[in-house]
Design a protein around this ligand. Sequence first.
Ligand SMILES: [Zn+2]
Length: 173
Amino acid sequence: MSNSLKPDREISGSPPHNFKFIADAMLGRLARWLRFLGFDVLYHRDISDLGLIRIAREQDRYILTRDTRLVKRKGIKYFLLIHSDDPFQQLAEVLDTLNLKRYELLSRCVKCNGLLTRVADKQEIGGSVPEYVFLHFPVFMKCSDCGRIYWKGTHPEKFISNLRDILNVEKDC
Ligand SMILES: [Zn+2]
């Protein structure tokens, strides 16, 4: 097993951070999974339609929504209307529709959207992850905003295998 992360696995196409998103209140899981792939996605559970539209416009973000009435409101620059109610299908819709082929695992906090940085010395984080994890994983990443620690294996295997199906890749994520 290699000790190095592959921080930037290109499938093809444009860099991931060209697209920024803001997800509506119904799309929390989609927001998290897009972050897992390295995309910048704002998500506030209690945001109003007007607030969502304002932030999207100010920050040039695509609005991700399932709300057909919302997208008819004034002031929206970019939006993507999501059809499926299954989060994995929603993820596939976003990636397909915008032709996003490049992603960066373990680069962004799924919880708060902060950027992850590599922990230089893992002794620093002793005690903040389970002992087994500390002993068996060589590389840890830390969220620069909320401090949450990530490592390969943070995400359940089922998730990774579904992700492989969606992204059509066979290599290990
Ligand atoms: Zn965070």
